[in-house]
Structure formats: structure tokens, C-alpha cells
Design a protein around this ligand. Structure first.
Ligand SMILES: Cc1ccc(Cc2cc(O)c(O)c(C(=O)NC/C=C/[C@H]3O[C@@H](n4cnc5c(N)ncnc54)[C@H](O)[C@@H]3O)c2)cc1
Ligand SMILES: [Mg+2]
Length: 214
């Protein structure tokens, strides 16, 4: 099927998932990536941790950095209260095109805005482009060496308010050591580690939840 892994994932979603049913899209991708070919989705185990934080925060405005195939965008969007919005950024046009179709198949396109471009360019434009004051919740799952610079950029652009929450995937594997040191060492963050495993494996990984204190 298809020439790239994301294309094969999309083909599987169209073949197996029920159109308009976000949960079936999530489950289809998890099944495929666990049993056919691994892919870097946050996955079912860490996804459950992410779900609990989204349900606790009930964000009106949420940002995701690194859409990839749209797995976590669908997972998050399916939990968002009415008139809430997930803005997700993806700079690879091939991945963005696949993600748009996965998001549409799941029937959550009215809750998701996919921005095609680098986070570094778009973060400074968010307030103006989207009439935003700040993000209630941010999910970081893009290149791991972008976590820290983008967090500092969001601070500088006034996109974080007292109580804004950052949720970072892969803080152990592949790891984001500079980001971890920052959020755990800074008096401006209250940070907590949720131990888990790298998606679809038994390798240790985890999610870091950091509350911005202003
Ligand atoms: C050694 C090793 C390798 C891989 C693993 C396994 C493993 C497990 C995981 O859960 C992982 O998230 C990852 C991982 O590397 N994720 C990077 C994800 C990038 C996506 O985000 C996109 N993107 C990257 N930077 C930006 C940016 N600035 N602006 C906009 N989009 C960006 C890219 O276009 C991709 O769509 C890896 C574990 C250990
Ligand atoms: Mg990840």
C-alpha cells in the first residue's frame, strides 16, 4: 500500500475505520502500528495519559506541535468541549496532507486547524492570525530539540498564561534533556513526570506535564 508509511497508515484507516468515528480511527492506527509497522504516534498507553489531562483541563484553546499523521490530533479533538479548537502545526507537506485526510475521516475537522509550516515561524504569528490571548494546553511532540526553543518562544510571545499546561511526549525516549532540565529547574514551572513506555514497545518513555506559573 502507498509508498510512505503515513500513506499506508491512511490506507488502513480508510479500509478499517468507521468514517466519522474518531475512536475507531485511533484504534485502527494503534492496531496497525502495533502489529504491522511501528510509527511514532503517541500511542494507546501514553495516549491514555494525554486523554486524562485533556479531560481535566477542558482547554478552549489548545496547540499541538508536530501533527505527523494526525493520530493525536484526532485523539485530542474527540475529547474537546464544544467551540474549543486544537491548532496543530506540521511542516512536512506530505505528512500534513495525510493528517488532513485522517482528521477528516475521523469527522473532527471542525475542531482542528492544521497549520502547514515550521513552529518557529508560526508561534510569533498566532495571536494576530487567530485572535488568541493564550493557550490553555500545549502538546509537544515534534523534533525533540525544538521543545525548549519553542517553549521559550511561546513565553516570549505571551502565549502562556498563569496555569497554562505543557504536555511533552518522549522526554525519555528519544529524550528532550535540555527541555526537562528547564521545566524541572525553573521556578516558573511546576513539573510532573508520568512514567510510561515508548508507543507499541516495552521501552521506558514518559510524558512530562508542566504548569506555567507566570
Ligand atoms: C533513537 C530513537 C528514534 C526514534 C524513536 C521513536 C520516536 C517516538 C516518538 O513518539 C517521537 O515523537 C519521535 C520523534 O522523533 N518525533 C518527531 C516528530 C516529528 C514530527 O513533527 C514534525 N515537525 C518537527 N519539527 C517541527 C517544527 N518545528 N514545526 C512543525 N512541524 C515539525 C515533523 O515533520 C514530524 O511530522 C521518535 C525513539 C528513539
Ligand atoms: Mg512522540
Amino acid at each position: 500500500y502507498g509508498s510512505t508509511r503515513p500513506e499506508r497508515i491512511l490506507a488502513e484507516v480508510k479500509r478499517k475505520a468507521t468514517r466519522g468515528d474518531a475512536r475507531s480511527v485511533v484504534d485502527t492506527i494503534d492496531q496497525y502500528c502495533r502489529h504491522q509497522e511501528w510509527a511514532m504516534n503517541v500511542g494507546d498507553e501514553k495516549g491514555t495519559i494525554l486523554d486524562s489531562i485533556v479531560c481535566e483541563v477542558k482547554p478552549r484553546a489548545m496547540l499541538e506541535l508536530g501533527t505527523y499523521c494526525g493520530y493525536s490530533a484526532v485523539r485530542i479533538a474527540s475529547l474537546l468541549p464544544p467551540n474549543s479548537r486544537l491548532i496543530t502545526m506540521e511542516f512536512n507537506p506530505v505528512f500534513a496532507a495525510i493528517a488532513r485526510q485522517v482528521i477528516a475521516w475521523a469527522g473532527v475537522e471542525d475542531k482542528v486547524v492544521l497549520i502547514e509550516g515550521p513552529s518557529g515561524d508560526w508561534i510569533p504569528k498566532m495571536k494576530k492570525e487567530f485572535g488568541l490571548t493564550s493557550f490553555d494546553l500545549v502538546f509537544l511532540d515534534h523534533w525533540k530539540d525544538c521543545y525548549l526553543p519553542d517553549t521559550k518562544l511561546m513565553e516570549e510571545c505571551g502565549l502562556l498564561r498563569t496555569g497554562s499546561i505543557l504536555v511533552a511526549d518522549n522526554v525519555i525516549c528519544p529524550g528532550a534533556p535540555d527541555y526537562l532540565e528547564y521545566v524541572r529547574g525553573s521556578p516558573r514551572y511546576e513539573s510532573k513526570y508520568f512514567r510510561s513506555h515508548l508507543e507499541y514497545t516495552t521501552v521506558e518513555d514518559g510524558i512530562e506535564k508542566s504548569v506555567f506559573l507566570g
